[in-house]
Ligand binder design. Structure first.
Ligand code: VGL
Ligand code: ZN
Length: 198
């Protein structure tokens, strides 16, 4: 079996001091760097929004960050402006190893958010990651990064649905935990057959 490590969104804006800081977000860097040598392939995802992205509360008059709105594809949490293309906040954490094989950017379409590394939030627009993994013969994925309950969970659930074997290394992930989102993400991943490794 051919195994890939998927490093999810370990970017400055998701680390302490960033625009959408995940508590302890920078603590994933050291364990992820150490994991990288043990996989056949290493892929990093990068949240990569144009300024004025529709997932930003600032694009919705009267809305505050962490409120929700209805999008054509379903309910969307509105976030503080984050990971704007080309900014320091969108850059990978400076201590993260970036000598992986592929960097896949997501969330660059103005009208749709993308938590998963595989599909945008409409669950149908693909990023191309599936084709890359399949053409390299990769069958098993280990996920780590930020945030457990959003981009890591959405990526894990899509991967399981696509038939990959999936493990989430929880010790190398950190969560946002908005209104019980962590518990709900863990339950959904368990039910989908995702291996949760502490
Ligand atoms: C993420 C919220 C908005 C994540 C990205 O990486 O989990 N969360 N954009
Ligand atoms: Zn985002």
């Amino acid at each position: 079996m051919t195994q890939a490590l998927i490093v999810v969104d370990v970017q400055n804006d998701f680390c302490p001091g960033g625009a959408l800081a995940v508590p302890g977000g920078d603590q994933v860097v050291a364990p992820i760097n150490a994991m990288m040598d043990h996989f056949d392939a290493v892929i990093l995802t990068q949240d990569w929004h144009p300024a004025g992205h529709s997932s930003f509360a600032s694009s919705h008059p009267g809305k505050a960050p962490f409120e929700t709105t209805d999008m054509p594809y379903g309910t969307q949490v509105l976030w503080p402006d984050h990971c704007v293309q080309g900014t320091e906040g969108a850059a990978f954490h400076p201590a993260l190893r970036t000598d992986g094989d592929l960097i896949i950017r997501k969330g660059f379409r103005p009208a749709i958010d993308s938590y998963s590394g595989f599909f945008e939030n409409d669950q149908t627009t693909p990023t191309g990651l599936e084709g890359y993994l399949r053409s390299r013969g990769i069958t098993h994925l280990t996920l780590a990064g930020l945030a457990t309950d959003f981009c890591v969970a959405f990526t894990a659930l899509d991967a399981a649905r696509l038939g990959f074997g999936v493990t989430v290394q929880l010790s190398a992930c950190r969560a946002i935990d908005l209104d019980g989102s962590l518990k709900s993400a863990l339950t959904q991943m368990e039910e989908a057959g995702v291996g949760l490794q502490s």
